[in-house]
Design a protein around this ligand. Structure first.
Ligand code: NDP
Length: 275
């Protein structure tokens, strides 16, 4: 932020350090927090929901599709971790639905501490092959969806005076991954990352905003042999990541252990983007 010399020397009142535990292991606890995770029906989102529940949080899985398998998994997780797990149907491309779901969660729990905007899709095709519908579909989920979630959670965070928004970006928002044509997907992720960084400033008085940018992770999105080969070739670790290897970073960001971190992007890519 550029400032004049006069602005620099004008005295300002420092904001208070938040009340967080002194012991580091206590800082990592997320018990008593209420966390919402979009796209929790599978892949990375499910691992994040599991991580937060294992760390003691009440978790709301905001899922586009609700299946008996999801219900059974959530019930098992709640029992195993001794926490409350709720499934809510939520298509992030429907702003009205996102708003209703958040209102219902707030009514039920009286607070929302952490929102993980994770839902995303990829339609890997060249611009020439991609239809306009496919372009709009990716923009709708990966960009509009994150925006709608941010817009709908903002009044709640503001009213509470605290909040924590975590976006699942991607290394492809910063580097052009090969060999699959991901031009539109890459563009959506670049937008989501920058949305997050900008929001960190906009929400500076009441909420933190950070981004996790995974590299190639073994989920339904990255099953093709080209993805697997590319991860082997480019990642220093010579493989795709497993979803369990993302649990730590999301839990860290959701917890008080990261209380002085906002506007940051955490790359978890097995060394793929090393120069
Ligand atoms: P998956 O395909 O396994 O999961 C995507 C999730 O997003 C699903 O739960 C899906 O729900 C949900 N979703 C899609 N559209 C919507 C929507 N309109 N409303 C609500 N939920 C929706 O992929 P990943 O777990 O890998 O992807 C999760 C995030 O991670 C995405 O943002 C992706 O871009 C990002 N990412 C993934 C990488 C990878 O290599 N796997 C690398 C970098 C980033 P449903 O089951 O209903 O389809």
């Amino acid at each position: 932020m550029s400032m004049s010399f006069e602005e620099c020397v004008r005295p300002r009142s420092l904001r208070n350090v938040p009340q967080i535990a002194d012991h580091v292991m206590d800082q990592f606890k997320v018990s008593k927090k209420v966390c919402v995770v979009t796209g929790a029906s599978g892949g990375i989102g499910r691992a994040v929901a599991e991580a937060l529940a294992e760390a003691g949080a009440s978790v709301v899985n905001a899922c586009r599709s609700e299946t008996p398998e999801l219900e059974a998994w959530a019930a098992n997780l709640a029992q195993r971790c001794g926490v409350t797990i709720v499934n809510r149907r939520c298509d992030v491309t429907d702003a009205v639905q996102v708003n209703e779901v958040l209102a219902a969660i707030y009514k039920q729990f009286g607070r929302i501490d952490v929102f993980v905007a994770n839902a995303g899709i990829a339609i890997p095709k060249s611009i020439a092959d991609q239809t306009l519908e496919e372009y709009h579909e990716q923009m709708a989920v990966n960009v509009d969806g994150v925006f709608y979630c941010a817009k709908c959670i903002e009044p709640i965070f503001k009213k509470q005076g605290f909040g924590n928004f975590i976006i699942t970006g991607s290394i492809s928002g910063r580097v052009v991954t090969v060999p699959i044509d991901h031009t539109v997907y890459n563009t959506t992720k670049a937008a989501a990352i920058h949305l997050g960084r900008s929001l960190a400033r906009e929400w500076r008085y009441f909420a933190r905003v950070n981004i996790v940018s995974p590299g190639y992770i073994d989920t339904a999105m990255s099953t093709c042999s080209a993805s697997i080969n590319e991860a082997c070739r480019m990642a220093v670790m010579g493989r795709q990541g497993d979803v369990t290897e993302l649990k730590g970073v999301y839990t860290f960001l959701a917890s008080d252990a990261s209380s002085f971190i906002t506007g940051a992007e955490f790359t978890v890519d097995g060394g793929y983007t090393l120069p």
